[in-house]
Design a protein around this ligand. Structure first.
Ligand code: AMP
Ligand code: MG
Length: 413
């Protein structure tokens, strides 16, 4: 039996990031950038006005007030997008709009609320300070500055920055294509009419969704019967993927042929008993250079084992630096007994109230009880050496729902 850490270590050491591809920036949302982005120019490119008002020289407004306004000649009108043609000398002003480039000679903008038009002149009622209401060239981004670093995740803000720098295409890491194979003589697909002793392959869909949720692309290979030839052909069809994930057939039953086929077709397939619950049996190795995960068949075991081992692998392939779910410390709302020597992943409902996380179990915890996952937004991680945890004890909880923190108080009035 090996520990969860040891299994993860042996898996991740053979997972390497995929190649990069060029994509349109809108297709890069949520992906990992494969290049550094340097600014080829200043943003904003030129000094410009932050207000609608008048571009002036601050010294011309010295001592100005409502009673004693400074009166300046208006020599030009500069809407946004226009190029100023006239220089501001002593006693002159230009009408200027927000975003319009500052004319030569001006060193401040006075907002329109502090002025009054008087024919070809303007009365300024306040004393301006140098630089006021001017956005300086390069104040957002300096030419040559690195604004996005290889390995960063592209979010809407990064997409805006890329657009501001005229980049419509960027290099990102490829998304892994992940083949999903369900196995079992009792398993049928979703639209088949199951007889009372048949089971719909929910794993094919929960696994595909888990793959999609972390950015991979699922490739459904279908259901392999518990027969050597069928398994060989399904695994063969899966070889064009970047990762292969199967469910079922890795325990010790007479019809658990997946292991035999994996041994035959795969390189250095390893069959581990991982000291965890659910999800103890786990096969891992490679076939033709493609990493293969043989996950257990029970619906909860397959999902929990995916979370612990496959998800970090997909994220590593996608170039991500942070590949693990966020964990928090939470107060247990009930007593929990467990088997010593095994790490337990208890399906939990996690709440954040009064500055504290609390966690309660989602009921019956059998590895076939998929409802325990449906009701969960986290997994309480009970350490190997523990055997009993009391209500009120603190435990580590892995948050499964990435929108959890934002969702907490997001009820509509
Ligand atoms: P196995 O590991 O093949 O012995 O499978 C264990 C149990 O998991 C089986 O008894 C099935 O009830 C269930 N199971 C296996 N494969 C699937 C699947 N694709 N979808 C849903 N349940 C499954
Ligand atoms: Mg089976």
């Amino acid at each position: 039996m090996i520990s969860v850490e040891e299994a993860l270590h042996r898996i991740l050491r053979i997972i390497i990031p995929l190649c990069q591809e060029k994509v349109n920036i809108l297709d890069s949302l949520g992906r990992v950038i494969g290049e550094d982005i340097f600014a080829y120019r200043n943003i904003p490119p030129k000094d410009n006005s932050a207000m609608d008002g008048y571009a002036i020289r601050a010294e011309d407004t010295r001592g100005a007030s409502v009673e004693k306004p400074a009166v300046l000649d208006v020599i030009e009108d500069i809407p946004a997008g226009a190029v100023p043609r006239k220089k501001i000398d002593g006693g002159k002003a230009s009408r200027i709009m927000t975003g319009a480039p500052l004319p030569e000679g001006a060193d401040a903008v006075v907002r329109v609320e502090d002025t009054e038009k008087a024919g070809d002149r303007v009365k300024i009622f306040v004393e301006a300070t140098k630089g006021q209401d001017i956005r300086h060239a390069g104040e957002d981004v300096r030419e040559g500055e690195r604004v996005i670093t290889q390995g960063d995740i592209i979010r809407p803000a990064e997409i805006g920055m890329l657009a501001a720098l005229g980049r419509s295409f960027i290099k990102v890491y490829q998304r892994p294509l992940v083949a999903v194979i369900a196995t079992g003589d009792e398993i049928v697909d979703i639209d088949e009419n199951p007889s009372p002793w048949q089971i719909i392959s929910s794993n094919s869909y929960s696994l595909a969704a888990q793959i999609m949720e972390c950015g991979g692309v699922p490739l459904q290979i279908g259901i392999a019967r518990d027969k050597r030839e069928d398994l060989v052909s399904k695994f063969g069809a899966a070889l064009r993927a970047d990762i292969i994930v199967s469910s079922g057939g890795v325990s010790v039953g007479d019809y658990d042929l997946v292991k035999d086929v994996m041994k035959e077709v795969g390189n250095e397939m390893q069959f581990w008993q991982v000291a965890m619950r659910p999800g103890k049996p786990l096969a891992f190795g490679s076939m033709g250079g493609v990493p293969v995960f043989g996950l257990p068949g029970n619906p909860v075991s397959s999902m929990v084992a995916f979370e612990q081992f496959v998800r970090p692998s997909i994220l590593k392939m996608m170039g991500r630096k942070n590949i693990f779910r966020k964990t928090v410390k939470a107060i247990l709302e009930e007593d929990i007994t467990k088997k010593r020597g095994t790490r337990h992943f208890i399906r939990a409902c996690v709440k954040y109230e009064n500055g504290k996380y609390t966690a309660s179990t989602t009921g019956e915890q059998g590895s076939g009880i998929l409802k325990s996952m449906v009701r969960a937004n986290g997994l309480i991680i009970l350490p190997e050496n523990a055997s009993f945890l009391k209500k009120g004890d603190e435990a580590t909880v892995q948050l499964l729902d990435c929108s959890f923190e934002q969702m907490q108080n997001a009820e509509y009035p």
